[in-house]
Design a protein around this ligand. Structure first.
Ligand SMILES: CC(C)(COP(=O)(O)OP(=O)(O)OC[C@H]1O[C@@H](n2cnc3c(N)ncnc32)[C@H](O)[C@@H]1OP(=O)(O)O)[C@@H](O)C(=O)NCCC(=O)NCCS
Length: 177
């Protein structure tokens, strides 16, 4: 499938290829300490329009396409992406996501996770999708559990975030054709 055609929906939530002008809303949504607190330090905080522009440009160059905008009610509300691993891990992809705080707890991310897992297993020649979640991020753990992921490991004291050490929980979903 050509990247320009990439758009998947369940009728409520859509994941689609980024548009250049998503950068404005992306920067507004991502410039939130409550979002950044749950993500790696590589996620800029504060988050500028320039950060969003660079990120979108990088994603639009990907072949195969792996990072999507999440749309709800016809509006951009967040990001969700897979990152296919390499070498002996090439049948595995890492999953990451965030949505804007005004949209939390409406089931949007769970729907987007199901859509991107369907895409990944169908189009990316992978059999495993995993996500690393900080131990205090109960909302994200719940999302993954609702989407059929299992907690397969606890990486004890693996993370330092905002000056505090915590565990990372590894969640994974495996698909055998
Ligand atoms: C984590 C995040 C993606 C969840 O998105 P969302 O669209 O609100 O998720 P959903 O609505 O699909 O599901 C959230 C679930 O967590 C539950 N939940 C929310 N806050 C919770 C809390 N503090 N403790 C326990 N469960 C919680 C909700 O009740 C819901 O479960 P339910 O459907 O059984 O009621 C969103 O909060 C976010 O973007 N956070 C910041 C970035 C982030 O954490 N990214 C993931 C990094 S691993």
């Amino acid at each position: 499938m050509k990247p320009t055609q990439l758009k998947f929906t369940d009728g409520v939530v859509t994941i689609r290829k980024f548009r250049r002008n998503d950068k404005f809303r992306m920067a507004e949504i991502a410039n939130n300490e409550k979002v950044a607190a749950n993500l790696r330090d590589a996620f800029p905080s504060p988050y500028s329009v320039e950060d969003a522009q660079k990120f979108i440009s990088m994603c639009l160059k990907q072949v195969p396409y792996q990072v999507f905008a999440i749309e709800y009610g016809g509006e951009y509300v967040g990001n969700i992406g897979l990152h296919r691993q390499d070498d002996v891990y090439r049948k595995t992809a890492e999953l990451g996501y965030f949505i804007g705080e005004p949209y939390w707890n409406r089931g949007i991310t769970s729907r987007a996770v199901n859509l991107i897992c369907d895409y990944g297993f169908r189009e990316l020649d992978i059999i495993k999708i995993f996500s690393g979640v900080f131990s205090f991020n109960t909302a994200s753990q719940r999302v993954l559990e609702k989407c059929g992921f299992e907690r397969e490991a606890v990486l004890k004291s693996a993370v330092i975030k905002n000056g505090k050490i915590c565990d990372e929980y590894r969640y994974a979903k495996i698909h055998y054709s």
